[in-house]
Design a protein around this ligand. Sequence first.
Ligand SMILES: [Zn+2]
Ligand SMILES: [Zn+2]
Length: 328
Amino acid sequence: MSDDHRAAGDDRRPRLAHDPAVPRTVFVAPNRADRPIDQFGAARHRCPFCAGQESLTPEEVCRRPHGAPGSGWTARIIPNRYPVVWEATAPPAAGPSARADTAHGVHEVLVESPRHDTCVVAIDPQAWRESWILCRERLADLATRGDLAWTTVFKNAGPAAGASLEHVHSQLVGLGFVPPVAEAEFVLARRGTAPFAALIESARHERRIVAECGALVALVPPAPRQPYETWILPLDARPHFHADAAAATIVADLTRRVIGRLLALEPGANYNWWLHQAPLREAIPPGWHWHLEILPRLSGFAGFELATGCHITTAGAVESARRLRTDT
Ligand SMILES: [Zn+2]
Ligand SMILES: [Zn+2]
């Protein structure tokens, strides 16, 4: 059956499309065309993420503090009503044809406040830590499944970053394969170059460290795609955030600090962040560190970026780091 034939039929399950001429994978998810768009405030009175509106969302996966549905919550995780993947009870059959066609995995939403907060820095600091603790716990759960090859959590903050609802939330995704951007990082590490140790060392040398807290560091990478791009990562080689129990509260404190400073420098800035972890089923690349990449969206990606895969920025790494540090 051709993809076009299938799209015209009843099967609206997400699927994968590959292009033999270019290294690209596309998730075809017709179901996502039905997503409601918040219009950023217009639908606040029926926001499905606010406390008291839980009946508008699919049944909850987990919450903090742990407790029965109906009790109060600080953060909760629910299935995404419009997933980019299809969660079957059994993983897809092995073989190249299955990989080519099946978008198997998990797609969930982490609601980060029971109030209609629209920015992470508006959340009480301890409640924000609870969100990250819940996120780590859920990623650890997903890592025990045999059908996922890789997991992440990502945030779209603001319409320029792709958010369709303004209530603070992130998304967890588990995939049945390792996606190309992550795979490219693993390939580099498997060459034995220990890129993350070198990254931290060069950031110290060039004063690109933004903040340090416990065993984690926030730094501006040497080739930031936008002004103020910042990565948070452990000082030691730890491949999985989900196995790093002490890291969750520190990530909460560092993201709060970095985003607070970003918004002081660029009021109203939109941004994305995403977690890069080692693969779950393949050999872990030597010297690999999990990391959270925070990318401000101060200017759009346009023809040059799409044509070349290269980015143009107006502020270099050292200058971005200097402005992000609050102590200079
Ligand atoms: Zn809300
Ligand atoms: Zn990365």
